[in-house]
Design a protein around this ligand. Sequence first.
Ligand SMILES: CC(C)(COP(=O)(O)OP(=O)(O)OC[C@H]1O[C@@H](n2cnc3c(N)ncnc32)[C@H](O)[C@@H]1OP(=O)(O)O)[C@@H](O)C(=O)NCCC(=O)NCCS
Length: 161
Amino acid sequence: MTIHIGPLTVAHAGEALTVQRAAYVTEAQHYDAPRIPPLVETLDELRADLASGVLAFGAWDGSRLAGSVRGRVDGDRMEVARFSVAPDLQGRGIGRALLAAVEAAAPVEVGTFWLITGVDSAGSLRLYRTAGYEVVGETTDTAGVALVVLEKPRRTTAKSR
Ligand SMILES: CC(C)(COP(=O)(O)OP(=O)(O)OC[C@H]1O[C@@H](n2cnc3c(N)ncnc32)[C@H](O)[C@@H]1OP(=O)(O)O)[C@@H](O)C(=O)NCCC(=O)NCCS
């Protein structure tokens, strides 16, 4: 499998929403929370986000969109959001490649990357820790799911696993 990472544009919105929903259903089932934000995002909202200039990358396996990620820049911080890989393609390094791509594309003024994930999403937490992220706090999303906030200073070298 050869994966190609490239910019995710408005033209990819439909496919991106399909992959995002498929990926996050597992999280929603785990937390018994069908209305988590990545699942209630509409096609119009996703299109508007991509049109607004958010940093967004897709991973393609041939012509198939395998996953995507978005980076929301606010001053010297960037949130990594809507990180998703198609269920049948997870665990093959696509997520790591997408995370590296969005981090590398952050504007120079960004000094901190941050993200949220489910408090007991062990797989995601392992991925983020090995990518250099540390838990810095806790929060709750609009669906009532307990989340942890993770941060990583730019240019931290990834920890060995
Ligand atoms: C999180 C996600 C984007 C990672 O993409 P991916 O392509 O599967 O990730 P990679 O293959 O690059 O690397 C995954 C690493 O994290 C682990 N991992 C990630 N998600 C995992 C999961 N759900 N279960 C078990 N392990 C998981 C993998 O085992 C691997 O670690 P390892 O190399 O030590 O085994 C993908 O699993 C996904 O879409 N999950 C559902 C949506 C979600 O939870 N998004 C993130 C919310 S913040």
